[in-house]
Write a protein that binds this ligand. Structure first.
Ligand SMILES: [Zn+2]
Length: 288
């Protein structure tokens, strides 16, 4: 196997979300050395850590790969090899499907940022929405075009006037979330909505697992905005906060989840947040 050595020395002196300098370490992340970044095999040179912001209560990673290297790793990978190409309505939980169905019934202009091979866009298209996607991977963009979706290689190229901007499994990868949110506000139509699906650092499982949280164990997941950040610092209003899971496969009945956690603890295993004690993701609908 060909592992590329990667320098991961990006270190922050303040919260990358709210800018506060009251930040504290939560512990070393579980991945070290050889790992996968998106679909690329890499070898990290430094130990990454999870940190928390004491002011906005968000989480973020210290010792990340720099942004240029990350872009290179994303654009040369085959996103479709790793991520689900299962239809949206089969992959997502009921409350996410219901929330998106209500939004797509207005048949608006939809932009999905980080759309992979366009599963969310396929779903939007089935309601009569006009659809565009942003995706670094050229292989994914070719698939989008085949399915009749517009395709951009960067968010800056997307024109504007969208009724819906979707960012599913995206913000946790971003180096500058405040600027992304500002750009979304500018590209949204007057009554447009920004819909974000991401891990919830405030969820019970994430709080119990801390630096062992399964969701933080991907070198490309570097930031975990809190509810407080979205409501007080995002420059937008929370219209809906839907607690959910990454996909249907993570959903467990609570008794099974509690039993799974206890069994793991009895065997001396560290709790990683899986099985999850209730929803550990959130679908946030934001308005200007
Ligand atoms: Zn903060």
């Amino acid at each position: 196997m060909n592992f590329q050595q990667i320098e991961n020395n990006i270190y922050k002196n303040c919260c990358p979300l709210c800018g506060a300098n009251s930040i504290s370490p939560q512990g070393r992340l579980d991945y070290v050395g050889r790992t996968k970044f998106s679909s690329r095999e890499i070898e990290l040179m430094h130990l990454p850590e999870l940190w928390n912001c004491d002011v906005c209560l968000s989480g973020f990673v210290q010792h990340t790969v720099d942004e240029e290297t990350a872009k290179m790793l994303y654009s040369t990978g085959q996103a479709g090899e790793r991520w689900s190409t299962v239809p949206f309505e089969q992959n997502k939980t009921r409350n996410v499907i219901d929330t998106m169905s209500v939004i797509f019934r207005d048949k608006g202009n939809v932009l999905d940022v980080g759309c992979n091979t366009g599963e969310l866009l396929d779903f939007a298209q089935s309601f009569g929405c006009r659809t565009w996607g942003v995706e670094y991977s050229a292989a994914s963009r070719a698939i989008l075009a085949d399915k009749g979706h517009g395709a951009y290689s960067s968010f800056e190229d997307a024109s504007g006037g969208y009724d819906v901007i979707a960012a599913f499994d995206l913000v946790e990868h971003l180096y500058d979330v405040p600027t992304f949110l500002k750009n979304c506000r500018e590209k949204l139509a007057e009554n447009g909505k920004l819909v974000i699906l991401t891990g919830n650092i405030g969820s019970l499982s994430a709080q119990l697992a801390r630096a062992h949280w399964w969701y933080a164990q991907y070198p490309e997941h570097i930031i975990f905005p809190s509810r407080k950040y979205f409501s007080e610092y995002s420059g937008m209003k929370i219209q809906k906060w839907v607690s959910t899971y990454a996909s249907k496969g993570y959903q467990n009945p609570i008794n099974k989840a509690v039993w799974g956690m206890l069994k793991g603890m009895l065997r001396g295993r560290i709790y990683t947040g899986l099985p999850s004690l209730g929803p550990d993701h959130v679908l946030v609908v934001l308005n200007k």
